[in-house]
Every structure is written in structure tokens, then in C-alpha cells.
Design a protein around this ligand. Structure first.
Ligand code: TXA
Ligand code: MG
Length: 315
């Protein structure tokens, strides 16, 4: 599958549906999004209803170009224009003060708004033809694993979402890095494959090697398979147990059942959510995921694994 499988007619049809206030499944370079017209409160409410997402969880608005930045944000600091120039289109979301006419449905009634320009050619084609902002959370039901293939989106929403543009597998594979620029120094709210170092953001490194600040608040269960998931050292992973499927790094321990992902963090992230979905479908009693090594390149991956495991009690 590739981006070429989406025709101009399909783009035109998707844009017409968006203009009517309908939702559309859309590939981005990070994960698939559930898109709706950001200026249409009824359309945005439909996104929340489809996802069963609480209304106070704000959405990311996707823009066709930086020209739209000042129509969705106000008091835009120089740093925002710099990040936009360096990293957009790309897997970076900026939190800014919202323009006063942005529907409150989009921002969860907050005074800030999350914005990004995605790098996927299909998303960009839709945005440019739409000529406006599209609110698009990840196209999964609330709390579940984000989709990185059109088939994942179909399995989340079925006939409730007739239009899903198939842009192939998402290149990055996990959600964008979110940087808060709405006041004071830039702050990372959600780690992504674009690291703090690449963004030139200083992070305090505690003695344990853990990086702060992390995502605010407690680790809520998120990106979660239905099967209980535990994070394990390589040694614990090797202890072969009946009913357990493993998610290993590099190679599968001898005698274990499961999936292995590459030792390279970019390639691991690319395959992570599809692997979790596949393992979840195997009807195991538990999933054991090998803890990745320390280091900034793995931080966003460890964050997603910890969230996926957060709903599971210790065995
Ligand atoms: O890569 C991505 O960012 C994907 C693709 C589709 O663009 N989108 C995505 O959306 O991950 P979603 O809705 O699953 O996650 C949006 C995150 C949430 O954690 C939300 O709390 C945060 O963005 N967010 C949105 N608006 C915010 C705001 N004004 N201030 C702080 N966080 C905000
Ligand atoms: Mg999400």
C-alpha cells in the first residue's frame, strides 16, 4: 500500500464530506487521524461522539500551511515561527494561545490550542483542497491503540466512518511531540520521535537518568491493548510462560511466542502499534513487552509502553 492508492476523486469526495460536517479517516505521518472541520462545532462534537472521548480532552487542529497559524492562534511568539519553519510539515504539535473565534469544542474550553502541519502527502492534499483547519485526534476509540493503517481505522469504527483514505502505513508510527509555547519557556507535554534535544529544549536530567518534565499528571491508561500488558527485562521475557505473548526487541527469545521489533528506535516506533494490535488479537492471557534501553531516542516509545501497561496490575 502507498499514498498513490488515493485518487484525486477520493480527495475531492473527502473534502466535500468535511464541508458537509462529516468525519473522515485521514493518514498522517504519525498515526491516522479522525478529521472534522475545526470551525464547525457540530462536526467537532461528532468526533468526540465517535471516539467516545471526554469533552474536556482538546483536539489538535491540522493546518494546510503556516499562513493559517494566525487565524487559529494569537500572540504567537517568535519561537513558534522558528519551530514551524524548521519542523513543519512534520511530527510536531505546538500549543499556543487560541484565536478568540475558535470553537470551544475544539480546545476543551481552554484558552490554548494545539496546532500542527502534518507531513503526509494525502493529509496535505486534503488540507490544501479544504482550505481550512481540520481538528483530528488519533482515529481510535478513546484509550485504545492509535491506528497506523487504514485497516486499523476500519476496525475501530466500521460503518460509522464510511470514508477512510488509505495512505499506507504511517512512517513515524507514534503520535507527534507536543510542545507548549503558550507561556514561558518551551515545555514538552508529550514526547514524540522528535526529541527535546532535536528541538533545542533543555530538560533536567535526574540522577536516575529519567528525563523531566514528562507528560503532566499521572500516567493514565492509554494506547492500551485489551490483553493485560507488563513491561519486562530481557531476562524475564526469556522465561517462557504458557499463555504469554512477548513483544521483544531485536530477536525473539528462544522458545517464546510473539513478535520482535527492530533495535533501531525509528523502526521500532514505526511497527509498535501494529505489533500491539496483532498481539492483542492472539487471545493470550498476558503480553510481556521488553523494556527498551535508556536514552532520549527511546523516551517516547517508553512513554507509550508505560501508558499501555498502566491499566494492568502487577502480576
Ligand atoms: O500525531 C498526532 O498528534 C496525531 C495525528 C492524528 O496528528 N494526533 C493525536 O491526537 O495524537 P490526540 O487527540 O490523540 O492527542 C491530542 C493530544 C491530547 O493528549 C491532548 O490533551 C493534547 O493533544 N492537546 C490538545 N490540545 C491541547 C492544548 N490546548 N493544551 C495541551 N494539550 C493539548
Ligand atoms: Mg490519541
Amino acid at each position: 500500500m502507498s499514498a498513490q492508492t488515493v485518487s484525486q476523486d477520493q480527495i475531492t469526495e473527502a473534502v466535500a464530506a468535511l464541508r458537509r460536517g462529516e468525519c473522515v479517516g485521514l493518514p498522517t505521518e504519525t498515526v491516522y487521524g479522525l478529521a472534522a472541520d475545526a470551525r464547525n462545532p457540530a462536526a467537532v462534537r461528532r468526533v468526540f461522539a465517535l471516539k467516545a472521548r471526554p469533552a474536556d480532552h482538546p483536539l489538535i487542529v491540522h493546518l494546510p500551511s503556516t499562513q493559517y497559524l494566525s487565524t487559529f492562534a494569537r500572540e504567537i511568539p517568535d519561537a513558534a515561527w522558528r519551530y514551524a519553519e524548521q519542523h513543519w510539515p512534520g511530527p510536531l504539535t505546538l500549543v499556543l494561545k487560541r484565536a478568540l473565534d475558535v470553537p470551544l469544542e475544539v480546545t476543551g474550553s481552554q484558552d490554548t490550542i494545539a496546532l500542527r502541519i502534518p507531513a503526509h502527502p494525502v493529509a496535505l492534499a486534503v488540507l490544501r483542497a479544504f482550505e481550512g483547519g481540520l481538528a483530528a485526534p488519533s482515529a481510535n476509540r478513546f484509550g485504545r491503540i492509535s491506528p497506523t493503517r487504514a485497516a486499523h481505522v476500519h476496525s475501530e469504527f466500521g460503518e460509522n466512518l464510511p470514508i477512510v483514505l488509505d495512505g499506507g502505513d504511517c512512517a513515524v508510527g507514534i503520535e507527534s511531540t507536543i510542545v507548549d509555547l503558550s507561556g514561558g519557556a518551551p515545555r514538552i507535554l508529550r514526547p514524540g520521535m522528535l526529541t527535546a534535544e532535536q528541538l533545542g529544549i533543555a530538560v533536567v536530567t535526574a540522577r536516575t537518568g529519567e528525563q523531566t518534565p514528562r507528560v503532566p499528571g499521572a500516567l493514565e491508561q492509554h494506547y492500551a491493548p485489551r490483553t493485560p500488558l507488563y513491561l519486562c527485562s530481557r531476562d524475564d521475557l526469556s522465561a517462557n510462560r504458557a499463555g504469554v505473548q512477548v513483544l521483544a526487541i531485536g530477536d525473539l527469545p528462544v522458545g517464546s511466542n510473539g513478535v520482535s521489533l527492530p533495535r533501531d528506535p525509528q523502526r521500532y516506533a514505526h511497527g509498535l502499534y501494529a505489533a500491539l494490535r496483532e498481539l492483542d488479537a492472539r487471545g493470550a492471557q498476558a503480553l510481556h513487552a521488553e523494556l527498551p534501553p535508556n536514552g532520549a531516542a527511546w523516551e517516547a516509545i517508553v512513554d507509550r509502553l508505560k501508558r499501555a501497561a498502566a491499566g494492568t496490575r502487577t502480576p
